[in-house]
Design a protein around this ligand. Sequence first.
Ligand code: ATP
Ligand code: MG
Length: 363
Amino acid sequence: MSKIILTGDRPTGRLHVGHYVGSLRRRVELQNSGEFDKIFIMVADAQALTDNADNPEKVRQNIIEVALDYLSCGLDPQKSTLFIQSQIPELAELAFYYMNLVTVSRLQRNPTVKAEIQMRNFETSIPVGFFTYPISQAADITAFKATTVPVGEDQLPMIEQCREIVRRFNFVYGDTLVEPEALIPENEVCCRLPGTDGKAKMSKSLGNCIYLSDSADEVRTKVMSMFTDPNHLKVSDPGSLEGNAVFTYLDAFCKEEHFGRYLPDYANLDELKGHYQRGGLGDVKVKKFLNNILQEELEPIRNRRAQLEKQIPDIYEILKKGSEVARAEAAQTMSEVKAAMKINYFDDEQLIREQAEKFAGKN
Ligand code: ATP
Ligand code: MG
């Protein structure tokens, strides 16, 4: 069986370091591993509209931002198909049929959707489109017969929902769709990077992000004002690592070689953590270290972005071409789905013949 990747991001803002460690960095590695037959990377504008229906301009503006972030991180249009969700009408068509295979109570149990509804204060005014986006996401994944979906941890319930839809579809209509697998980061802290404010998740919607496109100064300012341990007031006080975003980021980004370059008094992260917990190590010193590490990782991305920003029409062209390739792929799956569901009336000569015979017998 072919190995196929489908994944994507909502164009609700520029991409941040949470996306980077949660999914983007892995995608680039997988792309360059050469192990995959096809790779589809989607800018999920239709999904973004499910909770931004009244703000289409925001979605429109952020398509190019997300595409710039993709390319500057190393996604390569020669190796990966970059496309825009709304340009593939088959995705909406598939979702429409999958809706028959999912109950309202099953959707209500989805913990990510529950949390997102709360975060957006939707309560009783949830748009139907937002409520059903896990179904639409199942359409996105299955349209490309994806086997592998590299995502952050918050997406696990979506992949599980998708697998259930696939199993139900194949059971009812015969083997047609492929069950995907989620690929979440091996490093646990990367599954759900907290915000700079220490809140559970760095998220465009919460405004607690370090963006891949932030300037060196912006990154430094954000790092220096990050949430640490509120009880660590004096340098001599013992500090806690629990919920301390600076140390969580170090867990996500720090390698042993960074100590030699930026903090040679310590051999590794465990030593640094030990000193912090004992007391005598100030937040400023740890933050400066984190800032150095982040700058090293983000600088090449920022530089590539600056070059790419001079080629905007070419990037739209990449997305247009990618959308054409993706559409052909989704159309192929759609025709298999229609045949399995027996809604391919005009392609089915046997049906027409049988009906003709039935009515001929009547007269
Ligand atoms: P929004 O607030 O609009 O939902 P978002 O910041 O949550 O935006 P998405 O576009 O929903 O971003 O997520 C895209 C991908 O990035 C998903 O695979 C998601 O799991 C991953 N991701 C998002 N935020 C984080 C994070 N803080 N840590 C790790 N992975 C993340
Ligand atoms: Mg999200």
